[in-house]
Design a protein around this ligand. Structure first.
Ligand code: NDP
Length: 284
C-alpha cells in the first residue's frame, strides 16, 4: 500500500471532542442539547446505527431520547410522534432512522421534521438552503466526506472531483459540497457512459454506489484522494466498501478504509449538527 490512510475513527474522535466542548459551554448557560432518535421496526442494521448514535450522544454530553415504534406503525402514528417531538422545546434535533417500513411514506415523514430540528439535513428546506449556500444543516455523510478531504490538506478548488452515485442523501449533496469548494464536479450513475475513464481522471473520487469492490484499481488516478462511502455486508459477514481497497491504495495518495472511514465521521457530524440546533434554538 502506498496511499496514506484517512483515519475516520481518529477524525471522528476529534470532531466529537469539539462537540463535547461546545456542549459543556452550552450547559454552563443552562442549555442541554437533546437529540430524539426514532426507530420503527426491528431492522438489525438500523438498530446498530441507532445504538451508535445514542452512544455518541452520551460521549458528547448530548441528551438522547430514544423512540422505538413497532414494525406495524402506521403513517399517521409516526407523523403524530414526529409532530410531538417537533413541538417539544426540550428536543433540538429529530432523526428518523431510515429505511422505514413500506406502509410509511418516507418523504412525508422527512417533511414533517421542522427544518430547525432536521439535523440529518434531509428536509427540502435544508437541501434548498445548501444548494444556494445559505446557513443550514449539512447532511452528515457528505459533510463528513468534505472534512476528510480537508484533513489531507488537498486543495479542492479547480480539481476534478468525481462522485459515483446520485442519491439524495449522499451522491447529490456530496457533489454540491464539492462544487461549493470550487471543485469541477462530475456525477456518475447507473446510466453513465465511460464511467471508468471519468473516474480515472478524478483528482478526488467519492464512491457512493452500494456495490462492494465497484471501484477497481484501473479507475483510480495516480495520486487521487479516494473517499469510500459504501457499506456493503459481504457473504463473509464483514463490511466492505465500494472500492477495491488494496488495488486503489497502490495508486491513491489518500484513501479511507471501510470500516473506520466515512461511517464514524457521519455519526460525528450528527453530533455537531445537534449542538448547532441547540445553539440556534437558544439564540446563543
Ligand atoms: P443508493 O442505492 O440510494 O444510490 C446508489 C447510487 O449508485 C445511485 O445513484 C445509482 O445510480 C448508483 N449506481 C448503482 N449501480 C451503479 C453502477 N453500476 N454504475 C454507476 N452507478 C451506479 O445508495 P446510497 O447513496 O444511499 O448509499 C450508497 C452507499 O453508501 C451504500 O453502500 C450505503 O450503505 C452507503 N452509505 C454509507 C453511509 C456512511 O455513513 N458511511 C451513509 C449512507 C450510505 P442510479 O441513480 O442511476 O440508480
Amino acid at each position: 500500500m502506498k496511499a496514506n490512510l484517512i483515519d475516520g475513527k481518529a477524525l471522528a474522535a476529534a470532531v466529537k471532542k469539539d462537540a463535547a466542548e461546545q456542549v459543556a459551554a452550552l450547559q454552563a448557560q443552562g442549555i442541554t442539547p437533546c437529540l430524539a432518535v426514532v426507530l420503527v421496526g426491528e431492522d438489525p442494521a438500523s438498530q446498530v446505527y441507532v445504538r451508535g448514535k445514542i452512544n455518541d450522544c452520551a460521549q458528547c454530553g448530548i441528551q438522547s431520547r430514544s423512540v422505538r415504534l413497532p414494525e406495524t406503525t402506521t403513517q399517521a402514528e409516526l407523523l403524530a410522534q414526529v409532530q410531538k417531538l417537533a413541538q417539544d422545546p426540550a428536543v433540538h434535533g429529530i432523526l428518523v432512522q431510515l429505511p422505514l417500513p413500506p406502509q410509511i411514506d418516507e418523504k412525508a415523514i422527512i417533511e414533517a421534521i421542522p427544518p430547525e430540528k432536521d439535523v440529518d439535513g434531509f428536509s427540502p428546506v435544508n437541501v434548498g438552503r445548501m444548494q444556494i449556500g445559505e446557513p443550514c444543516y449539512l447532511p452528515c455523510t457528505p459533510a463528513g466526506c468534505i472534512r476528510m478531504i480537508e484533513s489531507t490538506g488537498t486543495q479542492m478548488a479547480g480539481k476534478h472531483a468525481v462522485v459515483i452515485g446520485r442519491s439524495n442523501i449522499v451522491g447529490k449533496p456530496a457533489a454540491m459540497l464539492l462544487l461549493a469548494k470550487n471543485a469541477t464536479v462530475t456525477i456518475c450513475h447507473s446510466k453513465t457512459e465511460n464511467l471508468q475513464e471519468l473516474c480515472a481522471s478524478a483528482d478526488i473520487l467519492v464512491a457512493a454506489v452500494g456495490r462492494a469492490g465497484f471501484v477497481t484499481g484501473e479507475m483510480v488516478k495516480r495520486g487521487a484522494v479516494v473517499i469510500d462511502v459504501g457499506i456493503n455486508r459481504g457473504a463473509d459477514g464483514k463490511l466492505h466498501g465500494d472500492v477495491d481497497f488494496e488495488a486503489a491504495a497502490e495508486k491513491a495518495s489518500w484513501i479511507t478504509p471501510v470500516p473506520g472511514g466515512v461511517g464514524p465521521m457521519t455519526r460525528a457530524m450528527l453530533m455537531l449538527n445537534t449542538v448547532e440546533a441547540a445553539r440556534r434554538a437558544a439564540g446563543v
